[in-house]
Unconditional design. Structure first.
Ligand SMILES: Cc1ncc(COP(=O)(O)O)c(C=O)c1O
Length: 398
């Protein structure tokens, strides 16, 4: 059981706003904000390098906490400044040549698409694994597509524009006995679902700190399996934290996941992500997942009863991301401008977002949906906040 009263008392923002934009950026707990501010205050008084030298243990806590969450080794965790940076550092280290193949799923996020579209421009084949009618990756099709040429599977576990949770562990099972590297974007999954890399069997896993993890902005994680390092080519964007300039003509990467890190970032924010990760672990990720699922199911049911609202989530197992559109209003045929609805809800103190198909062309783009309204429900939300959204929507539609 989650002690919602205490959690909400530690989440200052809930007093002023009905925050259902946790898939964009969540409200951090007070403990996280305090840790970042306190670190900055120390930097203000002592200097950045001097502060870091005395706070090594706090700075390293993010590795220990993340390794507990992901069930991995501490040295398999790299701290990054966002999910895309982590994804790109992994992706661009995978040696790919003309004729190699990348498989991607339909949930892929735009930043990842830019990576494999660039690879395609260089002669690498990119194939999209189809979905089943339910909206989940078709495992039979994937199995048939996994030939010798496939060097990389890039998969997004939860699309930013669809509640479906893709079966990452079933994909990992299929990829395990091939030579392909499995790169998982868990950006929308981290903080709302258990993520064990032993079960998922991925080689890389990337996520951001600011969404369901409730960490500070400008933070992220890249998990890199120890055994994947030997399969990689050169890693671009390297500095003295990633590698050592060993003599005038040579260098070597630092061991393990550290090769994916650079030395300059917000040190206070890094401490904050460690605090946020422990905060989540203390509540319990299974309890978090259960509460999010129950709230999101309730919201989908309530939305379905509002005239003109169409819930467009797919998948048997659905996450805290609830997406919906509006049928043309006032008897017209023009699509309703969902950004206007988002702004009108914002004026009523209700935060949600309105992603476009340009963020997820293989998902909502392929389903001919231009834009969706997206509520990202977190465990600190309440049934009355959900009802407030449903009532406000009904009112606006009216
Ligand atoms: C599924 C998914 N992957 C990746 C990202 C990119 O995250 P970041 O902005 O931290 O790079 C997002 C952000 O919305 C996302 O939803």
């Amino acid at each position: 059981m989650i002690d919602i009263e205490t959690i909400r008392a530690e989440t200052s923002g809930v007093q002023t706003v009905n925050h259902l934009n946790n898939a964009g950026a969540s409200l951090p707990p007070r403990q996280v904000v305090d840790a970042v501010v306190e670190y900055l205050r120390q930097e203000e008084l002592a200097g950045g390098y001097e502060t870091a030298a005395t706070r090594i243990d706090d700075l390293d806590e993010v590795y220990r906490a993340t390794s507990k969450y992901l069930s991995c080794q501490v040295h398999e965790v790299a701290f990054t400044t966002n999910a895309s940076e982590g994804w790109w550092r992994a992706f661009s280290s995978v040696p790919l040549t003309v004729g190699d193949k990348i498989l991607v799923n339909r949930s892929e996020f735009q930043a990842n698409a830019f990576g494999w579209l660039q690879a395609k421009e260089r002669g690498v084949d990119v194939e999209v694994v189809p979905n089943t009618a339910e909206g989940l990756i078709d495992l039979d099709a994937l199995s048939a597509m996994l030939d010798e040429q496939v060097k990389l599977i890039s998969m997004t576990m939860i699309s930013m524009s669809n509640g479906a949770v893709q079966p990452a562990a079933a994909v990992g099972e299929l990829v395990e006995n091939t030579n392909a590297i499995f790169l998982l974007d868990a950006c929308q999954a981290a903080g709302q679902l258990p993520l064990s890399v032993d079960e998922i069997k991925c080689d890389f896993l990337a996520y951001t700190g600011r969404k369901f993890m409730r960490g500070p902005r400008g933070t992220g994680i890249l998990y890199a399996r120890e055994s994947v390092i030997d399969k990689l080519g050169p890693t671009p964007f390297v500095d003295g934290r990633s590698a050592l300039w060993s003599d005038q003509t040579s260098y070597r990467y630092h061991d393990h996941a550290r090769r994916f890190e650079m030395g300059e970032f917000s040190y206070g924010a890094k401490v904050g992500l460690g605090v946020a990760t422990n905060y989540m672990l203390d509540i319990g990720i299974d309890a978090i997942a259960a509460r999010i699922r129950s709230l999101a199911t309730s919201l989908r049911e309530q939305l379905a009863s509002v005239p003109s609202v169409v819930v467009v989530d797919e998948g048997g197992h659905q996450s805290g991301i609830v997406t919906f559109t509006l049928e043309p209003l006032t008897g017209g045929s023009e699509p309703t401008d969902l950004s206007e609805i988002q702004a009108a809800l914002g004026q009523r103190g209700i935060n949600l977002s309105a992603p476009m198909c340009t963020n997820a062309q293989l998902d909502i783009g392929a389903r001919s949906i231009q834009q969706v309204l997206r509520a990202g429900v977190h465990y600190f939300n309440t049934e009355s906040e959900l009802s407030a959204l449903v009532e406000a929507l009904a009112d606006l539609v009216d």
